[in-house]
Each structure stands twice: as structure tokens, then as C-alpha cells.
Design a protein around this ligand. Sequence first.
Ligand code: NAD
Length: 356
Amino acid sequence: MADYRKILVTGGAGFVGSNLALNWKRHTPNTEIIALDNLKRRGSELALPRLRAGGVTFHHGDVRSPEDLDAIGPVDLMIECSAEPSVHAGYGQSPAYLVNTNLTGLINCLDHLRRTGGDLVFLSSSRVYPIAALRALKLHQQQDRLTLTEDGQGWSAAGIAETFPLTGARSLYGATKLAAELLIEEYRAMYGLKAVINRCGVLAGPWQMGKVDQGFVVLWMARHLFGGPLSYSGFGGQGIQVRDILHVDDLFDLLRLQTTNWPAMDGATFNVGGGQAVSVSLRELTRHCAALTGRALDIGQDPETRPADIPWYVSDSRTITQATGWRPTRDVATILTDIHRWLVAERTQLEPILRA
Ligand SMILES: NC(=O)c1ccc[n+]([C@@H]2O[C@H](COP(=O)([O-])OP(=O)(O)OC[C@H]3O[C@@H](n4cnc5c(N)ncnc54)[C@H](O)[C@@H]3O)[C@@H](O)[C@H]2O)c1
């Protein structure tokens, strides 16, 4: 397939969106890439000079407003990366922004594509899987991490597969993502939209504005470098909970493959993540950060488990690997080294944001 002529990346000043937009422009310089963002996330404004230097057009706009999408006109491909991405959003506060952006905004994006044509890549989340079912998995502590040794429907030592049962509460954030997936399916059936859905585990890499409720890998490294409190929270405050992580550049490699293989990708939903080989517990993360920064922090313990906390999540990405041959190529050490290098190089502008 020929390369796309015009691509819109919503949330294009965010961590994932800006990295995808710039990578895409580097790979296909003749493609017009537009990054739309309302700059809600603190630190997203730092993407503007990067996007400009990389030849990506920035459009200050909001997915909640169909007029802002109209102003961009038809696109050949939309990569939907705009979101309130915190799984804790809405707890103890109004969920209005979360729902309006993640759901109404997604509907506006779908309807834009219905009217003007264009394919869709949607970034869904591992958080579509229910919290109680994930907490019920039988886990064992092995040194500094929890491990899963048994198999069940949709889960095994290889991780959580697409067949994991979906019954139960999953956080408001997760619910907006699952509802978005359902709406995408309706737009495919009703209007012939071409779309692929990626349920991503934790994504990490440079230009993620990590904070306590989202982006823990960057937050961990930033606190080691710049100072500030850190604590192991949830599940007794032991720091043994495990997540897999995926370098944002590995995600880009996958999207390039997916968008050149629509017959196999259209209508499919994939779990996408680093997998067991690229997973880390908080205690292990602490060791990596201490080694890279040369600074050992006194990490606190906060035993309270928040409503959306889960003890173990590893993506079983075997379905997408079988379909495309894609697999993650950046390991934990590479991801953390990249983040460390970036934090050191950009310290002046990053420290005020990441210390906050
Ligand atoms: N980072 C992860 O670990 C992860 C994991 C799974 C899925 N995802 C999904 O990937 C996508 C990108 O996440 P991210 O990590 O880059 O988050 P991010 O917060 O860095 O980027 C999201 C961007 O969307 C913008 N935005 C927010 N509301 C908007 C609105 N109403 N209109 C236009 N722009 C708006 C923000 O300003 C921000 O720049 C999201 O859909 C997220 O749910 C992320």
C-alpha cells in the first residue's frame, strides 16, 4: 500500500502522540502529519518546538469540539491518542472531563471519519479488563516480584490475553476505553470504517510527563534524578506488583506494520505490551533507577490500595505477534537508559514539571 498522504494524530502533543507523529514524519517525509491537542496535560506544551522542528503541523484544538476536527478537513488515517489517560480519573471528583474527552471526543473523531473517509488506529488500554478478576489471579512472591504460575481462561504465565473475561468493573477510565471499542465496532458495521484497536499495557519512553497517577516509570526515574517523595503504594506497600512496559518506538513499529496490512488488521483487537520479558516490579524499577542515577532513595510505604490498583498485569501479545511478526525489541534496560538520557539532557525544562 502507498503511504498515507495526510495523517491526523489526536493528542499529538502528548507522550504517545508526539512520538508517533515525529517518528512517522521521519519515516515518510512526504506525508503531511497534523498533531491536534488542547494542551490539557501539563508538559504537552514542550512538544510544540519538537513538532515544529520535525515538520509536524500543530493544530491547537479539542476533540470535544467537532468544529476543531472540521477545521482539519479529510485525513487518510487518524491515530487517536487524545485522552484523559489516568486510571484514577473520576475517583473522588467529577468524571465529566474523562467521559467528555475519552468518549464524546472519540465519537466526534469517528463521525469525522464517517463524513470524510480515513482509517483509524485506536489506542485502547489493558484497563478494559476487570479489576476484581485481575486481583483474583493466584500470585506468588518470588524474590522482589509477584509471579503468576497457573493458567486459566485468558491468562497464563505469558500474560493476559484478549480472551480474558470482561465482566466486572474496570475503572471509569477503562470503561470509557471499552465503550469506545464498542462504538468503533458500530461505525465499522454501519459505515464501513476501517479500524484496528490496540489494548496497550504500560507505555514508556522519553517525553512522557510522568506523574503519580499516570506514567510511573518516568516518575520513578525523575524522582531519583531530581528528588521528591516516592512510595510503594497498594497491596501492603511492598513494591512487588508487576507491570510490563513497552517502548513507544516499539509501538510505532507495530503501527507501521498494521497500517500496511488492513485486510488482517481491520476489525481486530490486540493486546499489545512488552510481555513477560519486558516486565518490572516497583522494587526492581528502584534498583534500575538507583544504578543509572547513582542515587539510592528512601522509598516510603503506603499500604493503602486505591480502587483501580492491580497487583500484576503482563500483556500476552502473542496474537499480534502471530498476525504480523511484530514483537518488542527494546528491553527494560534500554527503555530506562533512554528515559534517563532524556531527563539529563532536558533537565532545565523538565525538572519544574516532573518535580511538581
Ligand atoms: N501511556 C500509557 O501507558 C498508555 C497505556 C495504554 C493506553 N494509553 C493510551 O494512549 C493514548 C495516549 O496516552 P499518553 O500516554 O500519550 O497520554 P498523554 O496525556 O501524554 O497524551 C494525551 C494528550 O491528549 C491531550 N488531550 C487531553 N484532552 C484532550 C482533548 N479534549 N482534546 C484534544 N487533546 C486532548 C493532552 O493534552 C495530551 O497531550 C491515550 O488514549 C491513552 O489512554 C496510554
